[in-house]
Write a protein that binds this ligand. Structure first.
Ligand code: ATP
Length: 365
């Protein structure tokens, strides 16, 4: 069993709390992504799981075993770091074969594993080269290959695609997932890239300031973000937040923005102890904003604004709109014949509107 459990785990460096009271479980065979901005504690948490950092408080279990005090070598974990250490005097083949070789694996088994991993990571044509004859991205793939070839119970990856170009990142993402599923290993993957998190994770832990704000499936994180941080961090272009006040009535609540009033049925709202004129932020994702004339009939919320900026990428047009005392982004499928300064009427489906407490950031729906 290679499930993982963190119980009340914290890590303090001097006066700095790098990880604060983490409690979560990872199931056997799951692909988990730790995502968050720089310095939020992702790597520290990964290193605690690897045994490279000892928790200041709490307990870490792998399967039924408490490994909190175990050395890295006793955990059957393999880790790829942001910086990849390869043996300079060995070919790619030998670099990949090194781990299984020192463990006494037979030559035919080593050969079959090296070739399978090399194929997955597009390294098959580079097996006779030396590290100094390779690009940074190619070296990074070898470091990844060395982790995979060991077939540990758990493999840990810390930003392993950060040196690759955009196209290679995309193909490597699916290669890593495919290999992880084929080997049926548990994987924990650290990234600050929300697209990588959304596309790779069975579940995602969103970190901020040493705390996990939400640990859930990509779909739930996107559709039901716990708070404004998760809502704006996940999803690109990011969600717009428009300030307003909320008036809660028995039949439902009305969010009053600068001009528009948006109604929320009472069965959608959580019980959050609303104050009169409760300060809120209304969240709308750029792709959920439509022109009134093209909007589906379900888009019954309307907003008026004017065009502040237009950026056309070809298949899509990003438009910045000033409305409701705020500026927000929207995304349209193609150039829509609009001009700077033009007044526009926008429509949004009420089901695509989010509502957050302005002070705490909490999702109120
Ligand atoms: P990044 O994406 O930049 O790698 P991260 O989310 O992985 O960031 P961590 O490396 O876990 O963040 O660091 C969390 C906090 O702990 C940071 O403020 C960092 O400076 C601090 N930190 C990490 N390792 C140490 C250490 N050995 N000694 C002191 N502080 C540390």
């Amino acid at each position: 069993m290679a499930s993982v459990r963190f119980e009340n785990v914290s890590k303090v460096f001097g006066g700095l709390v790098a990880a604060h009271n983490l409690n979560f479980e990872i199931n056997d065979g799951e692909f988990i992504v730790f995502v968050g901005p720089s310095g939020c504690g992702k790597t520290t948490t990964l290193r605690m799981l690897a045994g490279l950092e000892r928790p200041s408080y709490g307990r870490i279990c792998i399967g039924d075993r408490d490994v909190t005090l175990d050395s890295p070598g006793r955990r059957d974990i393999s880790m790829v770091f942001q910086s990849y250490a390869l043996f300079p005097h060995m070919t790619v083949y030998k670099n990949l074969a090194f781990g299984p070789d020192v463990r006494g694996m037979g030559k035919p088994e080593i050969d079959s594993r090296v070739r399978s991993v090399a194929e997955t990571l597009h390294l098959d044509k580079l097996l006779d080269r030396y590290p100094h004859e390779l690009s940074g991205g190619q070296r990074q793939r070898i470091a990844l290959g060395r982790t995979m070839i060991r077939q540990p119970k758990i493999f840990l990856l810390d930003e392993p695609l950060s040196n690759l170009d955009a196209a290679l990142r995309v193909s490597m993402r699916s290669g890593i997932i495919e290999l992880q599923k084929r080997l049926a290993v548990t994987a924990v993957y650290v990234t600050h890239d929300q697209v990588e998190a959304m596309t790779m994770g069975d579940r995602i832990a969103v970190f901020k300031d040493g705390i996990i704000l939400q640990f859930d499936t990509p779909q739930n994180i996107y559709q039901h973000p716990a708070n404004t941080f998760v809502a704006t961090f996940m999803g690109s272009p990011k969600m717009n937040l428009i300030p307003g006040t909320l008036d809660v009535r028995p039949s439902g609540a009305v969010a009053q923005l600068a001009d528009a009033s948006l109604f929320f049925a009472s069965d959608r709202l959580i019980d959050f102890g609303a104050q009169p004129n409760h300060e809120v932020e209304v969240g709308i994702r750029p792709q959920d904003i439509h022109w009134v004339k093209d909007a589906p009939s379900r888009c019954t919320h309307t907003l008026r604004g004017s065009i502040k900026a237009i950026e056309t990428t070809g298949p899509e047009t990003y438009v910045t709109i000033a409305a409701e005392g705020a500026e927000f982004g929207s995304r349209f499928p193609s150039f829509a014949g609009i001009a700077l300064g033009q007044s526009v009427e926008l429509a949004v489906d009420p089901n695509d509107v989010y509502l957050f407490d302005r002070k705490t950031g909490r999702n109120l729906l």
